[in-house]
Unconditional design. Structure first.
Length: 195
């Protein structure tokens, strides 16, 4: 039903402008019954537009169906790094208790566990490194600094040097805190959807 004027579509006793492909102009126009009917008629008369629109909508739907359940399942599943961090937290608390009791043997025993803590499986590590991008070196640097502080803490504990244990433990806590302040919230938002 296109008239000689390509900017309008003829309905019985009604002439409406053809829908523009500009998103801002189409949405209010489609909200009316006449606008919706006009848009459908426009697409029906322009099979090329209809097939392109159908393809785009189908691809978008397939992507949405594939992504959302996978993201939901992925965000609900706890990562192995979470368990590593939980164990590190318990070990750090145990060191705090051991320092307060001057139990240098326990500090010496825990220091290498903290410094050489387990790592997540390789697939998870690759996902994390991909997310970190150019910040991967900074992230690894914090981990290396924790290890660098854990070693002298263990050595000082072996010697029974409480002052040096506390200095090294403080350095280790500062590195943990720096890493957490830099990466914890964005990590949780990205991998768990927590805000």
């Amino acid at each position: 039903w296109l008239l000689s004027d390509p900017t309008s579509i003829a309905f019985p006793s009604t002439y409406l402008p053809a829908p523009k492909l500009n998103r801002l102009k189409v949405a209010p126009f489609i909200e009316t019954r006449q606008g919706c009917a006009c848009w459908i008629t426009y697409l029906m008369n322009n099979q090329k537009s209809l097939s392109i629109a159908a393809i785009v909508m189908t691809v978008a739907l397939v992507i949405l169906i594939a992504i959302f359940p996978a993201q939901a399942a992925e965000s609900e599943k706890r990562m192995a790094l979470h368990d590593v961090m939980q164990q590190l937290g318990r070990d750090m608390q145990a060191v705090t208790g051991a320092i307060s009791e001057e139990n240098w043997g326990l500090v010496a025993q825990l220091a290498p566990k903290i410094g050489r803590h387990p790592e997540p499986p390789i697939a998870e590590k690759l996902r994390i490194l991909a997310w970190l991008g150019t910040d991967a070196g900074k992230f690894r640097g914090f981990d290396g600094q924790v290890q660098d502080a854990a070693t002298p803490m263990g050595e000082a504990a072996t010697r029974g040097d409480g002052q040096e244990v506390i200095v090294a433990f403080s350095e280790m806590q500062q590195r943990c805190l720096s890493c957490h302040q830099e990466f914890r919230k964005p990590f949780q938002e990205h991998f768990y959807g927590k805000r």
